[in-house]
Ligand binder design. Structure first.
Ligand SMILES: [Zn+2]
Ligand SMILES: [Zn+2]
Ligand SMILES: [Zn+2]
Length: 644
């Protein structure tokens, strides 16, 4: 802001605010001189400044005004709160320096209008589940004496910093619940609460994105109009730049997706036993048959099935024969709800209620059978094993931490229970699921999670290397990326067909505009000051480090001391990346922490890694490992000159 002579053309003025400071303080603090002018209300003193954005502001003092303080007027038609936000940010003042503001101080508006009921509830209570009264037409929200109108076309009440804080708070509360859910199964109400918090964290993070004007790279000062906003702007301005806003939103979306993947839909009451028994899905029925034996001891093989409507459901009839004596014939009948036979083949059911046909012990037997299956279909088998464990998890009553013994009725199940009662405990089931999924490998994220904000092209490439097609293959015929985007971010769309199953795979990433093309040597996942990755958790970073260390070993072995241009560069990239990964891991440690916090392990692979090798994530280990890898890189550079 700069001082402007009072003689300048000003146009009509309107009141903006009143400062608690007196005239002399305003003069000395801002280097201004009040000049006498004739106001409509009598003689007055006035000083003018111009804000960085060009708006003219007047500080005035009527001669006969008995109240202390200085009036602030503006000569624009802009919303007062936006002009005040810029004035405070530029002048170093705070909301505490204001005794009055046109429309009311933020948080105490005279006629508050919210964009949504959610915003009104957050505004009034600070809690997405806060207690309020909402009118039936949802245009008014009340709490005690205060009323907030709801109008989707309004500018809203919460600023970017408040949305960001609400998002973080919801995410923190959800994380606390998830720690509890690691020990026991959530009840339906807890499940709903956690999901609601995670959704709220996503929605609030999306509201921050809305406050970035199209074509710009950050939240402008005018959208940080509250006291919280001004404080946040002064303390952590980088949080309001597009790269961090995008990554925070992506992280919330991934957290929600992971919750749904682990815990499925909320637990529902079990339906009463039916005749014929309920098959929740086609897999449910076929798994039942797998555990049946003929009286002669032969296995059963189904050779025909049909489903006919009976009332509001269907009856599925499956014909089977004995594999030992083909004339031993069977006919099984199941009750089926319409539309449930066709669940995806890797899904055993929709995970509402537990199976009526297969007991938890049998599901765990199936998990071990799948996991010992054909190496060719390793990824899919591991995924089926994880789905089988998820079925056993459904037998743990909501709020409890173990499958009740009376649920385990089959011979297989009884044997398993006798051998290891711990296998039926909730934390063990969660761990088994993670382990199978970690062995299966991370699958491509669903389209709803794209675009994925990477900190740079290198991180995007690594993310793709780490993920696999649903068939289990990681490599695909990757075309050169299609580029797009806006002034704030570059969009890269990679696509191509899977080398194994010809399925089309596609990834859409955003990277910062100023990110260079990947360095030809491909190392470094981020630039200093970028902050943590939204896409890779600590366990995945660790995996990338291992992949690169392994790659370096292979290159060294293949080169046998004879390096050419390509192998030398590939070696440098592998060694440097394996160092960079440890820089990333060390940066995730909070100051003073001796080990990686649990919250940094957000994927099955990450959680599984932490469970099996907790010592690899201590500060001491990470530092030593970084030093070791750095030493290997230095030795390579010193010992092997770059080929000409
Ligand atoms: Zn038989
Ligand atoms: Zn294309
Ligand atoms: Zn494939």
């Amino acid at each position: 802001m700069e001082a402007v002579a009072v003689g300048v053309r000003r146009g009509p003025s309107s009141y903006l605010a009143r400062l608690r400071l007196d005239r002399a303080t305003v003069e000395t603090r801002f280097g201004l001189r009040f000049e006498t002018v004739d106001d409509d209300l009598g003689p007055a003193a006035l000083a003018l400044i111009r804000l960085a954005g060009g708006d003219l502001i007047g500080f005035g003092r009527l001669q006969y005004d008995a109240e202390p303080g200085v009036e602030v007027v503006h000569y624009t038609a802009r919303p007062p709160r936006e002009v005040v936000a810029e004035l405070l940010a530029e002048s170093g003042l705070t909301h505490q320096d204001l005794s009055w503001m046109s429309g009311g101080l933020p948080g105490a508006e005279f006629e508050p209008v919210a964009r949504s009921v959610t915003e009104a509830v957050l505004y009034l209570t600070g809690d997405p589940d806060g207690e309020v009264q909402v009118t039936t037409d949802r245009t008014e929200v009340r709490r005690g004496e205060r009323t907030v109108l709801v109008d989707p076309a309004s500018d809203g009440l919460l600023d970017a910093a408040q949305w960001q804080e609400h998002s973080r708070r919801c995410a923190r509360l959800a994380a606390e619940l998830l720690r509890v859910f690691g020990e026991r199964r959530p009840t339906a109400a807890e499940h709903e609460r956690a999901r609601h918090l995670l959704e709220c964290a996503v929605d609030c993070a999306a509201e921050v994105t809305r406050l970035v004007p199209a074509g710009t790279g950050q939240v402008p000062v005018r959208h940080l109009w509250t006291a919280d906003g001004l404080r946040a702007l002064r303390q952590r301005a980088a949080d309001f730049g597009v790269p961090r806003i995008d990554r925070e939103l992506a992280r919330r979306r991934l957290d929600l997706a992971e919750f749904v993947a682990v815990f499925g839909p909320p637990p529902v009451d079990r339906t009463a036993p039916m005749e014929p028994p309920l098959a929740r899905s086609g897999s449910d029925a076929s798994m039942f048959l797998d555990f049946q034996e003929c009286r002669c001891g032969g296995k059963l093989l189904s050779f025909g099935e049909r489903s006919l409507p009976v009332g509001d459901h269907e009856v599925l009839t499956v014909k089977a024969r004995c594999t030992r004596r083909v004339w031993h014939r069977f006919r099984f009948r199941f009750t089926v709800r319409p539309g449930t036979l066709g669940t995806a083949h890797w899904q055993m059911s929709l995970r509402g209620e537990p199976s009526h046909l297969v007991d938890p012990g049998q599901w765990l037997v199936m998990a071990t059978v799948y996991s010992a299956g054909d190496e060719q279909a390793h990824a899919m088998n591991m995924k089926l094993a994880a789905s089988s464990v998820e079925e056993a998890m459904l037998f743990v009553p909501p709020g409890a931490d173990v499958v009740p013994e009376e649920e385990i009725r089959s011979r297989h199940g009884q044997e398993m229970l006798a051998a290891g009662p711990d296998l039926f405990r909730w934390p063990r089931l969660l761990a088994a699921r993670d382990d199978y999924l970690a062995a299966s490998g991370p699958e491509d994220p669903g389209p709803e999670l794209h675009p994925l904000p990477a900190r740079g092209v290198t991180e995007a490439l690594m993310f793709m290397d780490l993920h696999r097609c649903e068939c289990g293959t990681a490599e695909f015929h990757r075309q050169a990326p299609e580029r797009g985007g806006d002034p704030a971010r570059l969009t890269l769309r990679y696509h191509g067909v899977c080398l194994a199953c010809r399925h089309e795979r596609a990834f859409v990433f955003t990277v910062p505009r100023d990110d260079p093309d990947p360095d030809p040597l491909g190392y470094g996942l981020s630039m200093p000051g970028d902050g943590p990755s939204a896409l890779l958790d600590a366990g995945q970073l660790w995996m990338i480090g291992e992949m690169n260390a392994e790659r370096a070993n292979q290159l060294e072995h293949a080169a046998t001391g004879d390096w050419d241009d390509d192998s030398w560069e590939a070696m440098l990239a592998a060694l440097a990346t394996s160092v960079a990964v440890y820089d990333e891991l060390l940066a995730l440690l909070p100051p003073g922490a001796g080990a990686m916090p649990d919250g940094e392990f957000r994927t099955p692979a990450g959680r599984s890694r932490l469970r099996h090798l907790p010592e690899s994530f201590t500060r001491d280990h990470l530092s030593a490992e970084r030093a070791r890898r750095r030493h290997r890189l230095d030795e390579f550079l010193a010992g092997v000159p770059e080929p000409d």
